[in-house]
Design a protein around this ligand. Structure first.
Ligand SMILES: [Zn+2]
Length: 113
């Protein structure tokens, strides 16, 4: 009998805490104030996740405490816009060459996404 492992997403950036302004409920505020780093945020993708290992995470679409939906992930858009910007198909291996705005959330904020 075999199991289908749930595929995690590979993290190519550093794990970051959810910004204080993005706390949706008291439980989230409380758990972050305790220094828990299970639920985290990837500014480059505007994506939230549950940490599985140092480099693997599971994407989550809503707060695990209050169920409020998070903003839609921009992960696919990140690579589309970056590829357009660099005028070539960009893959994970090319991220080092990305312009500075793509190393933060600046790229999607600049484009008002
Ligand atoms: Zn919440």
């Amino acid at each position: 009998m075999s199991r289908n492992p749930v595929q995690g997403r590979t993290l190519f950036f550093d794990y970051q805490a959810i910004p204080r302004n993005d706390y949706c409920c008291e439980q989230m505020r409380y758990h972050h104030s305790c220094g828990e780093k299970i639920i985290f945020y990837i500014p480059q993708y505007r994506e939230y996740g549950i940490r599985v290992t140092d480099t693997i995470y599971q994407k989550i679409n809503s707060c695990p405490w209050c169920s409020r939906a998070f903003s839609v992930s921009l992960k696919e858009k990140f690579f589309d816009v970056l590829s357009e910007n660099m005028e070539k198909e960009i893959g994970i291996d090319d991220l080092d060459q990305a312009p500075p705005e793509f190393k933060t959330d600046e790229w999607w904020k600049n484009r008002r996404l």
